[in-house]
Design a protein around this ligand. Structure first.
Ligand code: DC
Length: 231
């Protein structure tokens, strides 16, 4: 059966990764969370002293990029590939609000994007992949057979992220999460390098009033229609 490339882009906390994971599982495709890659690079910058509250030493950090090795390792129990940074599983550490507050700055750096896009191309060279992010349909896989662009109101997205962080035991407030969502929206869509925009041929879905199941059903229908075109 012909395998396609599925690009899922959109604003943060629109449900991209949950949907992408489920899709990959039902299709038997590879799933890649490109946001996890930007988050892991950010964690490296934080842990190695390039980022402090008041300063980000971009010039020195960029010189160290070749020391960062990223892999994904399939977790059988969770049925999900977790990110490995220089041989350490950092899946949990990359999801904190602290990493979220610096990741947009790190992902605006041209050299970082160049390295990660190169890796993403390699991961998708045999198709049969679902990748989610901000520039997958525009930059990484402009020829993807199916491109989805997800959106939802900032309040609903912040509530989803807040619930997720609270369920993991993080001590945060809804206001902090909402501020972070708004800041990231702004930086992600105004940066010079590969800003978050909808690819012309992407199908936009507003998930504000949709349950996860409704989102999934809608997108799975689009997948089936696309696959039929290639049969
Ligand atoms: O999907 P996420 O919220 O985990 O992504 C974290 C950040 O990484 C997001 O604020 C922007 C950046 N990102 C990006 O610039 N390009 C991608 N393809 C994926 C994520």
């Amino acid at each position: 059966m012909y395998k396609i490339t599925i690009a899922i882009d959109g604003y943060s906390s629109t449900g991209k990764s949950t949907i992408a994971k489920q899709l990959a599982k039902s299709l038997g495709y590879k799933y890649v969370d490109s946001g996890a890659m930007y988050r892991a690079v950010t964690l490296y910058a934080m842990e190695n002293g390039f980022i402090s509250e008041s300063h980000f030493n971009v010039n020195d950090f960029v010189l160290e990029l070749d020391k960062i090795k990223l892999d994904f390792e399939f977790n059988e129990a969770l049925e999900f590939s977790e990110i490995i940074l220089n041989n350490e599983n950092v899946e949990k550490q990359i999801r904190t609000l602290e990493v979220s507050s610096f990741v947009s700055q790190v992902s605006a750096i041209a050299e970082v994007r160049y390295q990660l896009v190169k890796l993403q191309h390699e991961m998708g060279k045999n198709k049969g992949i679902v990748m989610d992010g901000r520039d997958i349909g525009t930059v990484v896989f402009p020829d993807a057979e199916l491109k989805i662009f997800l959106n939802a109101s900032a309040e609903v997205r912040a509530q989803r992220r807040f619930d997720e962080l609270i369920s993991r035991g993080d001590a945060i407030t809804f206001e902090d999460v909402l501020r972070n969502v708004n800041e990231r929206d702004y930086i992600d869509s105004h940066r010079e390098e590969s800003p978050l925009t909808k690819a012309e041929d992407a199908i936009e879905i507003d998930t504000t009033h949709l349950s996860l199941q409704e989102q999934y059903d809608k997108i799975f229908q689009l997948v089936n229609m696309t696959l039929e075109d290639y049969e």
